[in-house]
Design a protein. Structure first.
Length: 455
């Protein structure tokens, strides 16, 4: 592998970020502005005229656009006879990474992401530029501000067919429109189609048209429709699926005719969700053909804290340029923006921890009630036994003396107090008194057991 250059143009290279299809991306520092930038350098072996023209086209297309949701180009130049583009550095993750890890993001937050994407592309279309390669890997979410950024206008053009001069398709198969695959002339509606396919994948966490040419993906794009969204995503708002289906219509004339109308419809549905407290996390059925991605164990070096995206905005979008960053908020829904880094076990633990205080709080009064009942019952038993013992002893030892009326105890008398004898009782009645006492004690015990069982 070729070592990273130390300097590209006037920029000091810090490290390699990634290798792309036709370029290598580096993190570098601009010494004159003292800021980090990203440099895209055409890879070795791609110096033919067509690739150089495509590279220059990206610089021209992106350089003409000024929008908060489109990466900014600062400079262009050449390094060892290879062109490079110096552009805004966006630390964060792509939608492809977010989808792959099945991040916990509410439906309202996903719609907000799609609104920003529509706003960015509407601005590009207004400048006569069609992206032609919209896919999750070309859309980033910035770490700090959570601002969406559209990347890679490398094959962007206006009024050009979906084929290169050599007859090769340009774009990424799973997100290409039917007319782009067929090599027909494409316009901004091919981006509308790609946004619809991306929206399907973001909402369902599975591709609308998975696979490769070898296993029939091209045929599925041209002749079939994906599984309905509302059969994959439980309790999906009924207004969402028709929007996505319209954007993905096979015929361009049946799609949304501009990005702004698509953005407005998405914003309207999201507004209704927010009004209804739309912080629900969708329940998505797993794609049997896809892998389930489990996050690293909690506490591991690779575990990261969630970066929430708030579904509400301080300044709603308006017009073709009215896109504002999605800011992090303090709402309950924004605090749960991602799947726990501990994966399935962590999710189960969180649910258990959340339910434990509620169960303890609900059971405490019940336990206190049973305890009080047992204490009261025990006190009554002691009182009855004491009184009975004194009464029986006096009847047996001094039958010829009258028994004095006992002083009332400080506690409430038991439910059925023994009668106070006023005349001497014959010795033969003592057995009857004992039987009455035993029956009374059994009655109290039975009552106590029933109260304990009933709670």
């Amino acid at each position: 592998m070729t070592e990273s250059p130390a300097i590209i143009g006037r920029y000091h290279v810090a490290r390699l970020i990634a290798h792309g299809g036709m370029g290598t991306l580096y993190l570098a520092r601009d010494p004159s502005m003292d800021r980090l930038i990203a440099i895209k350098l055409l890879r070795e072996g791609f110096e033919d005229d067509e690739m150089r023209e495509r590279f220059a086209r990206e610089a021209r297309a992106t350089g003409r656009l000024r929008h908060p949701n489109i990466v900014t180009v600062f400079d262009v130049g050449e390094h060892e006879n290879r062109p490079f583009i110096a552009m805004e550095y966006v630390p964060g993750e792509t939608l492809e990474q977010l989808i792959r890890r099945r991040a916990r993001v509410t439906i309202a937050e996903k719609l907000a992401i799609l609104e920003d994407l529509c706003a960015a592309l509407h601005h590009a279309h207004g400048a006569g530029i069609v992206h032609r390669d919209i896919k999750p890997a070309n859309v980033m979410l910035e770490d700090v501000s959570n601002t969406l950024k559209v990347l890679d206008f490398g094959i962007a053009h206006a009024g050009e067919s979906g084929l290169t001069n050599a007859g090769e398709m340009v774009g990424t198969l799973n997100y290409m429109s039917p007319e782009q695959i067929a090599g027909d002339n494409v316009d901004h509606r091919t981006d509308v189609y790609a946004v619809g396919v991306l929206a399907y994948e973001l909402l369902a966490y599975r591709k609308a048209f998975p696979g490769t040419i070898q296993d029939g993906a091209l045929f599925r794009i041209l002749h079939s429709v994906p599984e309905p969204l509302d059969t994959i995503v439980a309790d999906l708002d009924p207004g969402i699926a028709p929007i996505v289906e319209s954007a993905m219509a096979r015929e361009p004339a049946l799609r949304y005719q501009d990005m702004e109308r698509l953005r407005q419809d998405l914003a309207e549905v999201r507004s209704h969700l927010v009004e209804r407290g739309g912080g629900e996390f969708p329940s998505v059925s797993l794609d049997p053909e896809s892998e389930t991605i489990i996050g690293p164990a909690e506490g591991s070096p690779t575990a990261q804290s969630p970066t929430p995206r708030n579904a509400t905005r301080a300044h709603p979008l308006s017009g073709s340029r009215g896109s504002s960053a999605i800011r992090r908020g303090t709402s309950a829904s924004s605090a749960r923006a991602r799947l726990p880094s501990s994966g399935v076990r962590g999710a189960i633990k969180e649910m258990t921890d959340a339910e434990a205080p509620q169960a303890a709080g609900a059971g405490s009064p019940r336990r206190r009630k049973v305890l009080v009942t047992l204490v009261a019952t025990a006190a009554a038993l002691i009182l009855v036994l004491s009184v009975s013992y004194i009464g029986i002893g006096s009847w047996g030892s001094r039958p010829t003396l009258p028994v004095q009326t006992p002083v009332a105890p400080p506690q409430p008398a038991p439910p059925a107090a023994l009668p106070t004898p006023t005349t001497p009782r014959p010795q033969k009645d003592q057995g009857d008194d004992r039987r009455m006492l035993d029956e009374h004690l059994r009655s109290i015990r039975t009552t106590a057991r029933r109260q304990t069982a009933a709670g």
